[in-house]
Design a protein around this ligand. Structure first.
Ligand code: ASP
Length: 416
């Protein structure tokens, strides 16, 4: 285990973060609306992590490409990652549909549709594809457009490798900047217990039981399916395909999972995921720096799963009969819509409107979900981030870009 994941008192950081999470829920319930006072602390913490995203993605991706030194290998890693991301997402939405058909969260529930909530406009899929290449990399960075930054960083990284010696001065600057940013991630993560406490207290204070009870069944189904997806599908894949101990993956990913859960933003959790991958799971900088940012932008298994559950919930609630073609449509549009979902709070709800429009489910029903969406968002974001880390581990193992001693806790990770 990495030195930097321990605090001076010897209590591992992840245990302190978990304590922050539990105490935050209790404090939120006790404080109710007053928990809002804690909001600036949580915001400060999340802002500090977000501050790292653009420079960290840019520099760690370039350092990774340079250290692998083989553009063809990058292509293969990218291909594997995207294929795994797609397959696991389709699996997730199917699991969501299955869970909702078994537990029937929308049957026997009486609810008024709320016409007043409009979930907003979803971007078209062509726009997303065309927008992959930035016309101006600096504005991509200013806007924090991760996919565009990835495209530019890969292009620049490969070019730096191609010019050989002459690339060295720039490479050295980028590599030491990346190292400094890893260090900064560790410093900010030392404040995570307090940050998570504040973030969770605010959510718990806002969503009293009265708001949650009418929709408790659908919340329960989303949470159960999310937990099963991580514990059964992800752990199973790691054990069977990669022959790795899934328990190490779960404990090694915990920091990132908790940050994702409390912030509801997978893009915002990216610096922490990169840190977990390198320091706890032993994944090389090249694979972690490439596969994780791609995952944080396109891989949303939790969001896809949620779309499956909510679509079926609304169909049950409104007595809509879905045909087999409708189910196939939900899997296809849900998978695509989840890819287009931004890794920010609430984005999945907006993209859900695509699935509803394709399957003729009433858009007004989204208003029902909007009231409790944050609670669902926390679970789905935790799964989104777990999925990114699982695929990164699988790819790292298959490319021999994993340090098994670090993964198995036998040696200390990079102490940035
Ligand atoms: N909040 C999710 C994420 O950041 C996206 C969503 O709303 O489903 O991964």
């Amino acid at each position: 285990m990495s030195k930097s994941t321990h605090t001076r008192a010897g209590i591992p950081l992840w245990q302190k973060i978990m304590a922050g999470l539990v105490l935050g829920v209790i404090a939120g319930w006790l404080l109710g609306d007053h928990a809002q006072w804690l909001a600036p602390i949580g915001e400060l913490f999340i802002n500090a992590i977000k501050m790292l995203i653009v420079p960290l993605v840019f520099t760690s991706l370039i350092s990774g490409i340079v250290s692998m030194g083989d553009p063809a290998k990058m292509g293969r890693i990218g291909g594997k990652a995207v294929a795994l991301y797609l397959v696991t997402t389709a699996f997730a939405i199917t699991l969501g549909l299955l869970a909702a058909s078994i537990f029937q969260p929308g049957t026997g529930v009486e609810m008024q549709m709320d016409n007043s909530v409009s979930p907003g406009e979803a971007p078209s899929l062509t726009d997303i594809l065309v927008g992959l290449v930035p016309t101006n990399p600096i504005s991509a960075m200013v806007e924090g457009n991760i996919l565009q930054i990835i495209v530019f960083a890969i292009a620049l990284g490969v070019s730096l490798v191609l010019i050989g010696e002459r690339g060295q001065p720039v490479i050295r600057v980028i590599e030491s900047t990346a190292e400094a940013l890893y260090k900064l991630t560790s410093l900010i993560m030392a404040c995570a217990p307090v940050g998570v406490f504040a973030l969770i207290a605010v959510v718990a204070g806002e969503y009293g039981l009265a708001v949650l009870i009418p929709l408790l069944k659908v919340i329960g189904v989303v949470y159960i399916a999310c937990i099963l997806h991580v514990l059964v599908i992800y752990s199973g894949l790691l054990a069977l395909v990669a022959r790795l101990n899934p328990k190490r993956y779960l404990t090694g990913s915990l920091d990132a999972i908790v940050i994702a859960f409390s912030s509801a933003s997978s893009a915002g959790s990216l610096p922490v995921s990169i840190r977990c991958a390198r320091e706890r799971l032993g994944i090389s900088q090249g694979v972690a720096g490439f596969v994780l940012p791609v995952g944080a932008t396109i891989n949303m298994d939790g969001t896809a799963l949620y779309m499956g559950v909510v679509a079926l919930f609304v169909a049950q609630l409104t007595g809509t009969d879905l045909s087999t073609a409708d189910y196939v449509m939900i899997v296809l549009t849900g998978t695509l819509a989840s890819i287009g979902t931004a890794g920010v709070p609430g984005a999945g709800l907006i993209m859900l409107s695509i699935v509803f429009a394709q399957t003729n489910l009433p858009l007004e029903a989204l208003g029902l979900i909007a009231g409790i969406d944050r609670i669902l968002d926390m679970a789905r974001t935790a799964v989104n981030v777990s999925g990114d880390l699982m695929v990164t581990t699988l790819v790292g193992k298959s490319e021999r870009e994993i340090d098994l001693d670090i993964y198995n806790g036998k040696s200390v990770g990079h102490t940035s």
